[in-house]
Every structure is written in C-alpha cells, then in structure tokens.
Design a protein. Structure first.
Length: 114
C-alpha cells in the first residue's frame, strides 16, 4: 500500500559542506510493530531506494549507514549541495527541508506495519 514514508519514519537533515546528511528512524513509541518497522526500514533504505525517493539524488554517490541500535539509518548524499551552502543554488541550500521532503514521498509500505 502506498503511503508517505513519514507515516511512521521520522527524519532530520542538514548540510556537511557540499554533502547532505539525512537521518531516518522509527520512534520507540510502543507500537507493537516497532521491530518489524525497523527491519523494514533497514532493508528498504538503500542507495537505489534513496535515488528513487529523492529524484535530485540521481547520479550522486549515496551512502547508507545502518544504525539498528538507534532505530534507523544515516544517509549521506555526496555533492547534493554543490560546493556548499554559500555556493548552492538549491532552494534548500542547507538541506534542512530534505528530511520532510523525504517523509512526504509515497512508498510501498506493507499493511502489517501500519
């Protein structure tokens, strides 16, 4: 079933020079499907998934770091911001809105996780 990624995934994002940093995690909110949601997130968020989720990442080097003990992943999008905030022509030059943009995107989520 297609739903926004943010249905149960939280996000925080920002810049590191010309790279964007995106953290995605599942909150420890007592939901019975927490473990399954986390497993889904860790399996689903791959460099190819990120390039599909965020079209502006096409052609970029994308690294995904699993952080299972923190309930999420960290994603680095190399070169998304060009030479950095002072030189970027992006609408969001510090990538502060990147997390909410990712959360708004529709993805296939198994019904059992909802």
């Amino acid at each position: 079933m297609k739903r926004p990624l943010g249905t149960f995934v939280h996000a925080r994002s920002g810049d590191k020079g010309g790279d964007a940093n995106l953290g995605l995690w599942v909150a420890h909110d007592g939901h019975a499907a927490y473990d399954d949601r986390l497993s889904w997130l860790l399996r689903t968020v791959t460099p190819d998934f990120v390039r599909t989720l965020l079209p502006e990442a096409q052609g970029l080097d994308v690294e995904v770091f699993a952080l299972p003990n923190l309930g999420g992943v960290n994603v680095v999008l190399r070169g998304l911001l060009g030479r950095g905030v002072a030189a970027s022509t992006r609408f969001d030059p510090q990538a502060k809105g990147l997390g909410e943009w990712a959360r708004s995107r529709y993805v296939e989520i198994p019904e059992a996780l909802l």
